[in-house]
Structure formats: structure tokens, C-alpha cells
Design a protein around this ligand. Sequence first.
Ligand SMILES: [Zn+2]
Length: 75
Amino acid sequence: MRGKDPLVSCGSCGRSVPRSKAVQDNRKVSYSTELRTGDDVSFTDFRKVYYCISCAKHRKIFEKKKRQAMSKYNR
Ligand SMILES: [Zn+2]
């Protein structure tokens, strides 16, 4: 089925994987102008990243998601 399953690139190894098979995670990104003056601006953002199955396993994203789900149910 062409066009039904868009490819995303893995945030770790760069491999193209179908989005339905990719694992989504939020990566914390910090920006700073590093002007070292009073005008210095820094802020933190969350960027959506995708990982292929093997990288997700390697980065223990599944366990993280499981923990998040567990803590939700234990409330
Ligand atoms: Zn990967």
C-alpha cells in the first residue's frame, strides 16, 4: 500500500522505518544563544523523535514506556 505508511528516519541509526513500526519518543532539547551577555536566551523544548525497533530496545524505550503505563495504573 503505497503512501499509507510514511517512512520516518530513526533518530539513532538513521535507518528509514515505516512509522507504524517505529517507536516514538520525546527528546529533551536545550537551546541557548550563548551570547554570555544579559541578552542570552536559553530554553528547553521537547522534540518528537522516532526510533527503529532495535534502537528502541537498545535504548530501553520499551521499558520506559512500560514504567510510564504502570505508574498511570498504580495511581
Ligand atoms: Zn535505529
